[in-house]
Design a protein. Structure first.
Lengths: 858, 174
């Protein structure tokens, strides 16, 4: 019932038209029904309309009689059964026919109906009579509509159990039909009619299924399931409406095909993940500390030191995340090591640690789950036995709505056809294999040189920057201060171009070339990142040495202070020193966090600037200089830029890797990344739509998705390694951060276990963590993995075997068919031959006869 | 009628809006107004599709076989090309679109037309006749399982179901 209402809402637009044209028709036909159930009728008329068309003439003639009959029946029903009455208001042709047949036995008008309908009616009439007279144990094996309609006559109370069963089955079948209806390739009209019929049927009999007391409950249950389904559908609608940037992406999809759109979908997915990471760090770490922790200026670690105070609010300093930004919730060093904060007794250090672990764990979970789902979806397309057919049947991307893209697509399809034909014709053509081999080796050598050079450059720059840092940042130029980040960004910008040039030497197939290119860029980024980290490690060690010195100094200083007060006057109040004046250690964690934040910022800036210069400015120049230039700029050399999907994806992945690496030391990183992704979504959408041309080589989106995911997983692993290493092996700074004073950061768990849980729990935990238990457990897990893998392998083998069998069977069938066809042909020929012979004989005999007759005549 | 299509409510509403834009003024009142094929293929989503005429023909329910669409036909089209439609229904319609002469099988002539559609209209892009022959014989060799010289629906679906990117590319979004 509610579904009918829902459709009513959906179709209301259509209905507007419909009601206009059909109102008059409906008015005389369905006036009675209209009174009873307004809403339902509206939905139902569509089906009724089709039926009326079918048998309009006879229907009209019988209408008055039917009405009478129907009302009579209706009243009798009302006495018997309220529910059924409510459900029986549908417009079903066959039903009504049955009613007619029952009420007016021996009516002769049925002859005017369509032939089969009439026959059916007669049959049913006969059965109706039988049914009424005899007890309901009549066994009828057919459970199609005719039989169902029979039951319409009988009250549900006097149905035997097996009939009930049958009814139930029929109802279930209809339900299934409704479920699968949209998967049927029928025209809408047919679907609508079938849907109406099935729905009416289900509604009518669903109530009859329950018995006595249970019926009401059953009806209620049915009603609730319907409501629930409606709710679910509404929720689904709501959910799709909530997906951000759907229209933007669709627009891009229709202009550039699915591969460019896949980048934006990936970007959106990344945005979602970062939102969650941001929620975790913001809600569980930053906000509690800001609200409930000690305020700014209350302790040394929360105050800008005296030396920096003068410049702490300068924009240049803030831009480098120094000054006030450094001594805020944005960085590790600001957090205090008191166990609980605020009236909620919020376990700050524990929360900090768990959020750090949780972000990484969550990322792993999401990436792996997405990968598994993708693999499931595209797991079948592994064999390439249908190479040509796929090229033929599936190469067109129906999303393309831009003439230029379509032209490119045409061209690429043509070349792919030609290539495939060529490959097929001469399966292997090797011209001067030594030269290509030499060139490839040379190319790889060059690439390796590039990689090594860029690695050394970064290392050199980072070391130099340390020297600058020791000198003090203030007496250097802007370039010297931001050298590291700029060099990294520039390398990331220009090296891929260099690789592209080098890869033309190699003369690979475009797809292979693309893979090489991706692999090289990946190696470059990875190398850069790891050199950066190694340099950072050096710096950490330096800082720790410095820290030791400072610690010693501080104890000396405190002692002297203490001594001084004691010497001066023992009754005087203890000297309060402003926290800004307290000497403090170099907090290496904050330093690491700052480095990462600066890296992200400069990376973002370079991305945007290259976007603006490389794409927008180029497009503007090409467009406007084209009027006064000696060659065609649009078609010739500079032209417009293409959207580089793989490069952009790689950039995004590495950016994410940096976020994962640094977010432990700078809780603000996810927030920054969310902003960055948000901006780049709009900026890149705009840039793509206004100044990029579709790619010449249009790649397909499928298959690449999991490739991206795999890279993301690798990066995730590689970026968590150093973070985990620092957490596990380096003792935290003594005077900053939530773990200060502990030997290792993870000691916080131990501490919580001891003080916040009952003693038995920590005892159990200590037992569980003892190597005697852990080792067998790990062993067990390894064994389980091995077992699962071997079973999956065997399944795969079984699959292959089955495939082989299927092919064998196919061939067998083919052969059989061929034989049968041959035989049939032979038979046919033989038959024809004999027929011909016979005919000849006949002819002969006829001739003979004729001859005879002639003879006779003569 | 979400149960009948793979579209969401918003999509249906959008489709209705787009459809009424295609209608002329006096037709907007009629429920079963038909939009002729000439106006359907001016939709930006279909404009550059080489199969646009075929698509209209396949989804049209008009008696004159002129490829004109009612709103219901239009919804059918969008539903079959929507994101969530099943492989089965997509491949069914794809087969009918590729079946240029509507005889229920893809024979050599159909395949040739299909190749020409895919390679575009320009002359230099066309394949030579020997290449075409080679291509078609290759295709038939791969997908014509019962070796009767044509590809029928079940063979077609078999081939399509293995393809990794059919579902993702057989899409039209308004």
């Amino acid at each position: 019932m509610s579904t009918a209402g829902e459709q009513d809402a959906d179709l209301s637009l259509q209905e507007e038209h419909e009601s206009k044209t059909h109102r008059t028709k409906r008015r005389d036909g369905d006036r009675q029904k209209k009174k009873r159930r307004n809403e339902r009728r509206k939905g139902g008329t569509r089906a009724g309309e089709g039926e009326e068309d079918l048998q309009a003439v006879s229907e009209k003639r019988e209408r008055s009689k039917r009405k009478r009959a129907k009302s009579k029946q209706e009243t009798s029903r009302r006495e018997n059964n309220e529910e059924e009455e409510a459900q029986l208001t549908g417009v079903r042709e066959v039903d009504e026919n049955v009613d007619k047949g029952k009420k007016k036995q021996g009516s002769t008008k049925k002859g005017e109906k369509k032939e089969d309908g009439g026959k059916q009616l007669v049959k049913e009439k006969a059965r109706d009579i039988k049914k009424k007279n005899s007890e309901p144990e009549t066994s009828e094996e057919d459970d199609d509509e005719e039989e169902d309609n029979d039951k319409d006559v009988v009250r549900p109370e006097c149905l035997s159990p097996e009939e009930l069963e049958k009814l139930k089955e029929a109802v279930d079948e209809r339900k299934k039909l409704i479920q699968s209806l949209r998967g049927k390739p029928w025209p809408m009209k047919k679907k609508l009619v079938t849907l109406r019929e099935s729905q009416e049927f289900v509604e009518k009999y669903e109530g009859a299924l329950g018995k006595g007391k249970g019926r009401k409950l059953y009806a209620y249950k049915v009603l609730m399931t319907k409501k629930w389904m409606k709710f679910q559908r509404d929720f689904e609608n709501f959910k799709t409406a909530c997906i951000p940037w759907e229209m933007k992406i669709k627009e891009i999809e229709s202009h550039f095909g699915s591969s460019v759109a896949s980048y934006f979908i990936f970007l959106r997915w990344m945005y979602g993940i970062n939102m969650i990471l941001f929620g975790l760090t913001f809600g569980l770490v930053m906000v509690p500390e800001a609200l409930m922790g000690r305020p700014y200026g209350s302790m040394p670690r929360k105050t800008v030191p005296r030396a920096e105070e003068a410049s702490a609010m300068d924009f240049a300093v803030l831009w480098d995340f120094g000054g006030y930004a450094q001594y805020s919730v944005l960085f590790y060093g600001y957090y205090n090591n008191q166990r609980t904060v605020g009236w909620l007794k919020f376990r700050m250090p524990l929360s900090y640690f768990l959020v750090g672990v949780g972000t990484v764990a969550y990322s792993y979970m999401v990436v792996i789950r997405t990968m598994a789902r993708n693999a499931n979806e595209s797991g079948v397309g592994d064999d390439n036995s249908f190479n040509f057919s796929w090229k033929m049947f599936t190469s067109w991307d129906y999303l393309i709505g831009n003439a230029e893209t379509a032209d490119n697509k045409f061209a690429s399809i043509t070349t792919s056809f030609k290539e495939a034909i060529l490959e097929e014709q001469e399966s292997h053509k090797d011209d001067n294999i030594h030269l290509t081999r030499f060139l490839r080796v040379l190319a790889n050598f060059l690439v390796l040189c590039c990689l090594a050079g860029s690695g050394y450059l970064i290392y050199f720059v980072v070391r130099r920057s340390q020297k600058f840092a020791l000198d003090g940042l203030e007496n250097h130029t802007w370039w010297e201060r931001n050298e590291v980040n700029m060099v990294m960004s520039l390398l990331g910008m220009f090296c891929p171009m260099l690789f592209d040039v080098i890869s033309t030497l190699e003369n690979y197939h475009p797809r292979v070339a693309l893979q090489w290119q991706l692999g090289r860029i990946f190696a470059l980024f990875l190398g850069n990142l790891y050199t950066f980290i190694i340099a950072l490690m050096d710096e950490i060690n330096l800082k720790r040495k410095e820290e030791k010195v400072v610690k010693f100094n501080i104890t000396m200083w405190e002692a002297s202070l203490y001594n001084g007060t004691v010497l001066e006057n023992s009754t005087a109040p203890p000297v309060t020193i402003h926290p800004a004046d307290v000497p403090r250690g170099p907090c290496w964690e904050t330093m690491v966090g700052q480095e990462f934040v600066r890296l992200i910022i400069s990376d973002t800036m370079t991305t945007y600037i290259t976007l603006l210069i490389g794409d927008f400015l180029r497009a503007v120049l090409v467009r406007f200089l084209n009027y006064c230039w000696c060659w065609d700029l649009e078609a010739g050399f500079p032209s417009y830029s293409e959207f580089d999907v793989s490069g952009n994806v790689l950039g995004l992945i590495f950016n994410q890797g940096m976020i994962w690496m640094g977010s432990f030391y700078a809780p603000c990183l996810p927030a920054l990344n969310v902003i960055r992704l948000h901006v780049s979504m709009y900026l890149q959408c705009w840039a793509v739509m206004c100044c990029n041309v579709p790619q010449e080589r249009v790649f397909k989106a499928s298959g690449s998705n999991n490739f991206y995911m795999a890279m993301l997983l690798v990066i995730l692993f590689l970026s968590t390694l150093p973070a985990i290493y620092t957490i596990v092996s380096i003792p935290p700074s003594f005077d900053c951060g939530p773990f200060s004073g502990k030997n290792r950061m993870f000691d916080v768990i131990h501490e919580t276990l001891e003080s916040d849980f009952p003693p038995w729990f920590s005892k159990v935990f200590s037992y569980a963590s003892n190597p005697g238990l852990v080792l067998p457990f790990i062993l067990l897990m390894v064994l389980a993995i091995y077992y699962l893998q071997s079973t999956s392998k065997s399944y795969r083998e079984a699959n292959v075997e089955l495939k082989k069998k299927l092919q064998m069977q196919n061939e067998e069938n083919k052969r059989k068919n061929k034989r049968a066809a041959l035989k049939a042909q032979m038979d046919l020929e033989e038959a024809r031959k004999t027929a011909q012979e016979q005919q000849r004989n006949n002819n002969a005999s006829v001739q003979d006869q004729e001859g005879e007759s002639f003879d006779f005549k003569y | 009628n979400q149960e009948l299509t793979f579209l969401t409510k918003q999509e249906i509403l959008l489709a209705h809006k787009r459809f009424t834009e295609l209608l002329e003024k006096h037709e907007k009142e009629q429920i079963d107004a038909r939009v002729p094929i000439g106006r359907i293929i001016t939709l930006p989503e279909l404009k550059s599709n080489p199969f646009k005429e075929r698509i209209c023909q396949v989804f049209s329910t008009s008696e004159q076989k002129d490829g004109s669409l009612t709103f219901e036909d239009f919804l059918d089209l969008l539903s079959a090309f929507s994101d969530s439609a099943t492989l089965e229904i997509k491949s069914h319609y794809a087969f009918r679109i590729f079946d240029f002469d509507d005889d229920g099988t893809l024979d050599c002539a159909d395949l040739e037309k299909l190749v020409n559609c895919l390679t575009g209209e320009t002359n230099d892009a066309k394949l030579s006749s020997t290449e075409m022959k080679q291509l078609i014989s290759n295709i038939l060799e791969e997908s014509d399982i019962d070796k009767d010289g044509t590809v029928n629906l079940s063979e077609f679906q078999h081939v399509i179901s293995r393809s990794p990117d059919f579902v993702s590319s057989f899409k039209i979004v308004l």
